[in-house]
Design a protein around this ligand. Sequence first.
Ligand SMILES: [Zn+2]
Length: 81
Amino acid sequence: MAYYTDNSKFDKITNPSAVWGNEYGPGDAVPASGIYRCIGCKKEITSNFGDKFPPQNHHQHPVQTGAVRWKMNVWTNTEGK
Ligand SMILES: [Zn+2]
């Protein structure tokens, strides 16, 4: 999980869009800038809107953990709103 020092600096989203619930694979387009967590191993990455998620060889899982799939953990406010 991402770490923070003061959660009052974060806004909890009450009506999450599909960006939060969708899973993304290696090489998929990043839908929004933020921190993404691998569902299988909990490794986190930061990715920017318009870039692509890391390629398949970014990291490996044991067979039982399944494929690398990314899910949004923190949506960064890059517009300063
Ligand atoms: Zn992983």
